[in-house]
Design a protein around this ligand. Structure first.
Ligand SMILES: NC(=O)c1ccc[n+]([C@@H]2O[C@H](COP(=O)([O-])OP(=O)(O)OC[C@H]3O[C@@H](n4cnc5c(N)ncnc54)[C@H](O)[C@@H]3O)[C@@H](O)[C@H]2O)c1
Ligand SMILES: O=P(O)(O)OC[C@H](O)CO
Length: 337
């Protein structure tokens, strides 16, 4: 199959390499000519995956129209908040039958929309031409061909099956799912929970605190997801607990690292300056909290993360607030606190 991958950041380049290793014809769009040149000639992406060899068959271009020409599938991997504007420029170059796959794990701040919803609206595409890929997928590990699994979700089972077959390699094992809402929410909320576990790590708190945040973070993910129509079982899968574990526990996670910087006393501006790649949770947290409030869902961890990002709370005060909440049963209904 012919894939266009937009763009050549850490995850876009890595998934492009997976697709090339799986035998597809893959053309990556890189905004910077020096990155396109390095992929084409040195088979490396020095800006995002330094020191890792890319498949020689992988090719790059700085021209998005060229990347999209005659593509069976367009794969999009850019910061969530830039998706709508980029789709305005890219959509005219999408062929009538081209399917679109989102690799992004974020929520649009102005609208509270998931990435597949933004694609549907901004590119005027029906849901059956859209899929999302999510799961415990730290790019650098996969680019180094370490084993990983993922989930390809679409309401169109044929599309999910086709993408699954096109993405299998000895080191990458994709599953399929029809629960697009659950897979996208799992990916977006785990970034916020990873910010929280980073805050705890930065404060010098222990592994019990990390486990507490991950587990109760999963509870609030499932509360919101269920209200929005997700299958609660999705959160027990790779795009739920799987991604939560990988992101909250790994020093490779940009979200966790960002939270650690804040926990150690950096301001948001300082942590942003120290982060050269996308930490989606920083912007998506407030959008998720608004979505939760709109649906009367309580998300206490997300709420304190938002208040820390907005410099309303210190990390230490956030931890104290969470620990002083009223005691309650562990299992409670979707929306009640
Ligand atoms: N890196 C990972 O391990 C990983 C894994 C799974 C999912 N994701 C998700 O994939 C998405 C992309 O993340 P990433 O890790 O590749 O980020 P990155 O920071 O490594 O790369 C971002 C890419 O987007 C481009 N870009 C930046 N601003 C842009 C703009 N305004 N318009 C167009 N292009 C722009 C950059 O040039 C770069 O190619 C995020 O939603 C992230 O949550 C990342
Ligand atoms: O580096 P992060 O925090 O964006 O996480 C990367 C992936 O989403 C992990 O699955």
């Amino acid at each position: 199959m012919r894939f266009a991958v937009l763009s050549a950041g850490s995850w876009g380049t890595t998934y492009a390499a997976v697709l090339a290793d799986a035998g597809n014809d893959v053309l990556v769009h890189a905004r910077r000519p020096e990155i396109a040149e390095a992929i084409n000639t040195r088979h490396e992406n020095p800006a995002y995956l330094p020191g890792l060899d890319l498949p020689h068959a992988l090719r790059a271009t700085t021209d998005p129209a060229r990347a999209l020409a005659s593509a069976d599938v367009a794969v999009i991997s850019i910061p969530a908040q830039s998706l709508r504007a980029n789709l305005a420029a890219w959509s005219p170059h999408l062929d009538e039958g081209t399917a679109v796959v989102s690799l992004m794990k974020g929520i649009e701040t102005d609208t509270g929309m998931r990435m597949s919803e933004v694609i549907q609206e901004a590119a005027a595409l029906p849901a059956e031409r859209i899929a999302v890929l999510s799961g415990p997928n730290l790019a650098r590990e996969i680019a180094a061909k370490q084993p990983a699994a993922s989930v390809i979700a679409s309401t169109n089972e044929d599309l999910a099956d086709t993408l699954q077959a096109a993405s299998v390699t000895p080191y990458f094992r994709p599953y399929t799912n029809t629960d697009v809402v659950g897979c996208e929410l799992g990916g977006a909320v785990k970034n916020v929970i990873a910010l929280a576990t980073g805050l705890a790590t930065g404060l010098g708190l222990g592994d019990n605190a990390t486990a507490l945040l991950m587990t109760r973070g999963l509870a609030e993910t499932a509360r919101l997801g269920t209200v929005l129509g997700a299958d609660p079982l999705t959160f027990a899968g790779l795009a739920g607990v799987g991604d939560l574990v990988a992101t909250c526990a790994s020093p490779l996670s940009r979200n966790r690292t960002f939270g650690t910087h804040l926990g150690q006393g950096m301001t948001v501006a300082e942590a942003t300056a120290a982060t050269s790649q996308t930490a989606e949770g920083v912007k998506s947290a407030a959008a998720l909290l608004s979505l939760a409030r709109r649906h009367q869902v309580e998300m206490p961890i997300t709420e304190v993360v938002v208040r820390v990002i907005e410099a309303e709370l210190t990390a230490k005060k956030a931890a104290e607030l969470l620990m002083s909440r009223a005691p309650k049963p562990e299992l409670y209904t979707a929306t009640a606190s």
